[in-house]
Design a protein around this ligand. Structure first.
Ligand SMILES: [Zn+2]
Length: 329
């Protein structure tokens, strides 16, 4: 009764697993390259294939009740239509992903933003357990988020609450893909951190960043900066410090609105741990004076990639239950 398939549609990989939505256990995890440049039909074909493999792997004793898919964008959570996916090649314009997949796998399908899925997973089974007001930020290719308020997963209009990557942190800052200017994503996401690293190497500064990639600028990504920082490189640490200050400003703004007991940081860049958390918390302490900060915990996500899978499965369960309640059954 509790088994749902959770899927993360990522820019690099598709990941999927069967999740027990009562215990948080996951089974039969699968991964394949997204290859988004082959276009949406090819990606949808791979999603369907993964779902079929999992149904088979679960076997007859595993009563899979539905499928949840976390996507890197803001889908319409009621209709399961994707308006567009800014960080994925291909058009993905007004794609009714939910109905296309439902028709092929004969299971109810629900679509949600990928970081909203992580938030739901972490709140239920991970770093957010036991707290009734939680904010989650995932720092990766973009910066996404999710919000839980007073024990309720807060979705806002059509599931759009939690777009922390588009908090303005520079009044006349860089233009953003969202149409705005000076958004947090441009100063603290994985690509922004990588760009800072490229600049340092280009300027000829001696840094572990260059050594780790044999001075090939094309190979610098955020993971390289994090690695160099963890190895003690002062320039890499300075870059994370800078990103952390911007994140701290955004987090301070969020604290003033939501007043959460816990703020969770996930996504690939959060592997930097304290090297990122410290400048965030320091900036918050310097700037936020209207919230009792001693009562706010700043923590790292606990579930890694599984958080998104479990969260997508939880979302599928919630939508299935809501739809059946809506029908009065
Ligand atoms: Zn933006």
């Amino acid at each position: 009764m509790n088994y749902y398939i959770g899927i993360d549609l990522g820019g690099t990989n598709l990941r999927a697993a069967i999740a027990d939505t009562v215990t948080g256990q996951i089974y039969h995890q699968r991964k394949c390259p997204t290859l988004a440049s082959e276009g949406q039909d090819a990606v949808i074909g791979r999603l369907v294939q993964l779902i079929r493999e999992l149904i088979q792997a679960g076997g007859v004793d595993c009563d899979i009740r539905g499928v949840g898919i976390g996507v890197p964008g803001t889908p319409n959570i009621e209709t399961g239509v994707i308006q567009f996916l800014p960080n994925l090649p291909g058009k993905w314009l007004n794609v009714p992903l939910q109905s296309i997949i439902e028709a092929q796998v004969q299971l109810p399908v629900a679509i949600i933003n990928d970081v909203r899925a992580i938030t739901l997973g972490e709140w239920t089974f991970g770093a957010g357990r036991g707290a009734d007001t939680v904010v989650c930020l995932a720092i990766g290719t973009g910066i996404g988020g999710g919000v839980v308020v007073n024990g309720q997963f807060h979705l806002g209009i059509g599931g759009t609450a939690g777009e922390f990557g588009h908090h303005v942190v520079e009044l006349d800052g860089l233009p953003c893909g969202c149409g705005g200017k000076g958004c947090l994503e441009l100063y603290a996401s994985g690509p922004a951190i990588a760009a800072m690293g490229v600049k340092e190497v280009m300027h000829g500064h001696t840094t572990r960043i260059g050594e780790l990639v044999d001075h090939d600028l094309n190979r610098i990504h955020a993971g390289v900066i994090v690695q160099a920082a963890l190895e003690g490189d002062p320039i890499a640490r300075g870059i994370l410090q800078q990103a952390g200050r911007y994140l701290g400003i955004a987090v301070g703004n969020i604290l003033g609105v939501v007043s959460p007991q816990r703020v969770i940081f996930g996504g690939g860049v959060s592997r930097a741990g304290d090297l990122l958390l410290k400048p965030i918390v320091q900036t918050v302490n310097e700037r936020v004076h209207v919230i009792p900060l001693q009562k706010v915990e700043f923590v790292l996500a606990e579930l890694g990639i599984n958080g998104g899978l479990i969260g997508a499965a939880l979302w599928a369960r919630r939508m299935r239950e809501e739809r059946s309640n809506g029908r009065g059954s």
